[in-house]
Design a protein around this ligand. Structure first.
Ligand code: ADP
Length: 495
């Protein structure tokens, strides 16, 4: 199933990157723009000041300023020093003269006599014919001219008197041009850069997110057939997606295990219940046909039906125990139990129930020892082991329990001198509903239904204990439980 998303992750990432890049580039460019324009402007201002100084120096050789004198002076220095032939504009100096040596191309210079009357100017449109504030470089804006201008007094070197004024105008049209070009180029570059980055990020993220798409396809497949719990995503991208896939697969594995156990449990239960139900049904049929009139059949069938009903009742109770134990682990996390006291309690009960048995407790432990296990779960584990000892002790009636401490662990052993378990059976006794042949062939319900040790295994797994068993057929069986102890600071006694 191919899904169409309004916005795919790679598109989202690309668009966001595009916007961020645009923003960051704009911020940088703005800084560069202000920096560069400042430099340009200060260069123009500096040029204005320089040219004013140069012209002032050049004219300071004179004692007074008149047009003829100035033209002479220019001619003297090899410049053409001629006026543009135009009666109306009689002050305009031909730029091709020596004055070009003194000022820049984008500058105009006007020279005034000491009475502030214009003597000569390079400005053809006569737009700059004024003396500004002397000694100051000022920005000037008019329709005809925008730029800096600076006016200075001209002192005669001989008389040290003011002989006139000079004003230099520096047009900043080239500055505007440069600024305009800069802005256009910067904006274009910025846009192109951002677009290139957009497509680059789109391509890279599309490639990088391929494992995520694979995972998405896998989840879709699972959603289509949720019963196929054996499916695994198994993505190996070496990044967080692989981690996600591994976690997802491990959850699937657990669910699969859980589902399998559930199915097996239901099938085990139905299988176990089928036999007693069939037996009861068979005997009821017998009763219907002949039992009413034959007291022998009646008695035998009633006995058998009672026996099977008894088995069913034990089985249902055992199963309930099992379900209860499974569901109660989380409720009692962190609780601690005095092991010695609990063993004493269980043994006390057995002594009352089975007075013909001898239950001994040998312990090297003087004080209380505590383990992080819910009291009832520990007692149930001990009860299962002692109960099995009782059930499977044919001749001898001795049950030995020992409690020791080895390092950080308590070691509890339950030993009987009963029928023992064969090596083959030892591999299976912790499986649910497993019974050895001997036990299965028993006619009485005392043999059990193969649930006790499965419950013990649940407890062992839940509290991370260890259990082992050694047995010799016809000599006896010994179960060993290893339980990690807790330090006294952690102790919080259970009720
Ligand atoms: P049951 O309720 O049948 O006793 P368990 O799960 O406790 O179920 O035990 C499984 C099987 O292991 C028993 O049927 C029995 O054959 C064997 N078993 C367990 N404990 C002992 C023991 N102490 N001595 C001999 N056999 C045992």
């Amino acid at each position: 199933m191919i899904k169409c998303f309004k916005k795919s992750l790679s598109k989202k990432i690309s668009v966001k990157t595009f916007l961020w890049v645009l923003l960051i580039l704009s911020a940088f460019n703005l800084v560069i723009y202000f920096g560069v324009t400042r430099i340009f402007l200060s260069k123009d201002r500096y040029n204005t000041e320089q040219s004013t100084e140069v012209v002032r120096e050049f004219l300071s050789k004179e004692t007074s300023l008149s047009q003829e004198k100035l033209l002479d002076l220019l001619n003297q220095y090899g410049a053409s020093g001629s006026l543009i032939e135009n009666a109306d504009k009689k002050y305009i100096l031909d730029r091709q003269g020596g004055i070009d040596e003194l000022i820049f191309d984008n500058q105009e210079v006007s020279v005034f006599n000491k009475d502030k009357q214009l003597v000569l100017t390079t400005d053809k449109v006569l737009s700059t014919m004024k003396i500004g504030k002397v000694g100051e470089t000022v920005m000037y804006r008019s329709p005809a001219f925008t730029g800096f201008y600076q006016s200075e007094k001209i002192y005669s070197k001989d008389s040290r008197k003011v002989i006139g004024y000079v004003t230099v105008y520096q047009s900043i049209a080239s500055y505007f041009m440069a600024r305009h070009t800069f802005v256009v180029i910067t904006l274009l570059c910025e846009l192109v850069e951002a677009c290139v980055i957009f497509y680059l990020v789109l391509a890279v993220s599309h490639r990088t997110l391929r494992p995520l798409r694979e995972f998405q396809t896998f989840v879709d497949k699972l959603a289509e057939s949720p019963s196929e719990l054996a499916l695994r995503s198994d993505i190996q991208s070496g990044d967080e997606i692989e981690d996600l896939s591994q976690n997802f697969d491990s959850v699937l594995e657990q669910i699969e295990g859980f589902a399998k156990r559930q199915t097996r449990f239901v099938s085990d239960v139905s299988h176990e219940l089928r036999t007693p139900i069939a037996v009861i049904k068979g005997h009821l049929g017998l009763l219907q046909r002949w039992g009413k009139d034959d007291p022998e059949v009646l008695c035998e069938s009633l006995d058998a039906a009672y026996h099977e009903a008894d088995r069913m009742s034990i089985m249902v109770n055992d199963m309930l125990d099992m379900i209860r134990v499974q569901g109660s682990f989380d409720l009692h996390k962190g609780e601690v139990t005095d092991l010695k006291q609990s063993i004493d309690v269980v043994l006390g009960n057995f002594r009352i129930l089975y007075p013909d048995f001898r239950f001994s407790l040998v312990s090297t432990v003087e004080d209380c020892i505590y383990a992080e296990i819910y009291k009832h779960h520990f007692e149930q584990a001990i009860l299962i082991l002692i109960d099995n000892g009782v059930k499977y002790s044919s001749g001898s009636k001795n049950i030995h329990v020992t409690l020791d401490v080895l390092g950080d662990n308590a070691i509890v052993k339950v030993r009987d001198e009963g029928e023992g378990i064969s090596q083959d059976d030892l591999n299976h006794i912790f499986e649910r509903f497993y019974r050895t042949d001997k036990s299965r062939n028993r006619v009485s319900t005392q043999g059990g239904l193969g649930i006790g040790l499965a419950i013990l295994k649940q407890i062992v797994d839940a509290y991370e204990l260890k259990v082992s068993v050694s047995s010799v057929v016809d000599e006896g069986t010994e179960f060993t439980l290893i339980i990690p102890l807790v330090t006294t600071e952690k102790i919080k006694k259970t009720d």
